[in-house]
Design a protein around this ligand. Sequence first.
Ligand code: F6P
Length: 749
Amino acid sequence: MRLSLRFVLPLAIALALIAYAVQPLVDKLTLRWFMRDLEIRATLVANTASEPLADLVQANAQQRMLAYFNRLTVDERLYAIGFCDAETGRLTATRTFPREIDCKTLTQGRMATPHVLDSSHGALHVSAANVEADLRPLGRLVLVHDLSFAQRRSDETKRYVFLFLIALGGIVSLITVVVAQLSWRGWVQGTRAILRGEGLLRPSERILTPELRPIERDLRALVRDLESEYRPRDASQIPWSAETLRAILRGELNGEEILVVSNREPYIHVRRGTEIEVHQPASGLVTALEPVMRACSGTWIAHGSGNADREVVDEHDRVGVPPERPIYRIRRVWLSPEEEAGYYYGFSNEGLWPLCHIAHVRPVFRPGDWKQYVAVNEKFARAVVKEARRPDPIVLVQDYHLALAPKMIRDALPDATVITFWHIPWPNPEAFGILPWRQEVLEGLLGSSILGFHTRFHVNNFVDTVDRYIEARVDREALTVTLGGRETAVKRYPISIDWPPAAAAGLPDAKTCRERVRARYQIARDTMIGLGVDRLDYTKGILERLNAVERLFELEPSWIGRFSFVQIGAPTRSSIGEYQQFEAAVRALAQRINERFARGKWLPIVLRIEHVEPPEVYEHFRAVDVCFVSSLHDGMNLVAKEFVAARDDERGVLVLSQFTGAARELPEALVVNPYDMDQCAAALHLALTMPEAEVRDRMRTMRRLVSGFNVYRWAGRMLLDAATMRRRGRVSPNTSGVIVPLRRGGIRA
Ligand code: F6P
């Protein structure tokens, strides 16, 4: 309706203007028509009247002549009639005869006839005809026609022309609108869809009529050209930031909603007495994804594990976060103690975790745990389907807790783009082969459109594992796996942190942080400080680290009393026996070393076993001389990158395990084998004695890398790949890439 008005109104106005503009033309034309008409009439009247008039003149019957004239002027158009006698010059005329007409000038032929006379009555048409008897001129008959009649007719004509044009305009525009309406919606939607890069070719949404398809093709080609012009060819050319990520979402993915699904939630609500506190868990996954979600908004589906989590959610189990200024929302999934025991503690952390980390802890696989793992994966997949507002959301599935969810999500939402990221290492096929449900786990993961790992090594291990254990098509060139007609791209996306890190915002300079940390642990001014920050996990090499510190004191006793090592350990998975024993072992080792080397107030090891919030962790990073990351096996290890990010003073040395993904990106760290105690001790010594210039050079280079290869790049590259995949999917949604050979007599269906 609005469209019709928008179209009809301007058209009517245009036609009115046209009518107005042609008005003088219409006047002129109608006047000419009427003049010609009057002349014909006048001739006719003159011819008809001349004979009776001649009789009356010859009979000198002036009164009868007048009566005759009055009869004639009954015709409304004939205004006046007069006769000018040729002999006497006398005028016999009706009362209405205009005074301006002078018989003398008329009979002497000095007045042109016919002509228009502008009289006090208005415009009059004056014509004269000779009246004769036996070829003898008797005088002239003067016929005066009323031209206001012509004017009235002209006005009427104009009105009709105007109304005609309006009616014509209305009819034309209505026909146009009806026709346009039929194709307009399709056109607009089609054009928009093309500009968004969406598939008009998607069969369920086919909206263009066949005749518009060539235009669609051209538009698509144009958009593709524009896109390729606009988009840098290489992700390394893009300066990655939260804004870049938002731009990718808006531009490449048409602002589509992002759903993240993970076991761990980014904010945990905990009740302390009457207060509810909000904590951010110590988790690499959370560290990486939280800034991504701040940039992208959307929904993060995760296990509600805080004891006050239920108190803050709405009726849909959702809560807006970050608490101080909600940007995205958490949709909490509730697990029973049995589910948590079997799925999280059991299969995930006593089975898959040690299976994937070479830390020499035996994995435990219990059928009961597996059952819960399957059920909880289904629960998460159902939550994803429920939260999805469209049939084709982008779902970012996180980590080893949810290995089965990708397939479950894709089965329920076949048009979804499922990007799964495996945050931990992937073992070689032999190691993975001991998993009793290896086929189910592999098939679950192959429900993903994209499956990401931190390193090429883990990508290769996964592809080898698939090749070894399931019937799937593996393309080692393209690094894709096709199972049941579904293709999964297996890719390397090294994870990272936000830059600049939000947790460091508002922190004082390194000097002040150093003073605060010294004061907190009562560390003297002349004592150098080392730092370790981890979850209390056996994969982190904390025991090896403390052993290396002890070895340093043995090998370089000059450090006794001059170097303290602060170890922050966040308790984790505490109901698992292995973790309880590990915590006990760490406490015991620290105590033993302290008992052996402590002098007065000085402690070689400061052990702090508790959860510390990110800003305080960053304060520590800024304060210390050396940070020691000694994981026995780690997918990436973000503590290393956080330390680098915190050091805007370009001080501090990183000692880094060669078994972390981070070691491949940060060779300027002192890279060590955590199992080699002497080497680690030597690295600590080297770090503490490194010339300032070298410290600065190494830190500067590492900072350059982490700033560019930040978490926005990690997420952005995955989303760009997803966008490409979605575009390709739309171009050929029905073809499996297999071209059926032609047969004589027709094409095989
Ligand atoms: O390293 C993989 C990872 O998922 C990390 O992101 C996280 O730090 C940890 O494992 C999981 O810890 P949690 O069991 O406390 O969630």
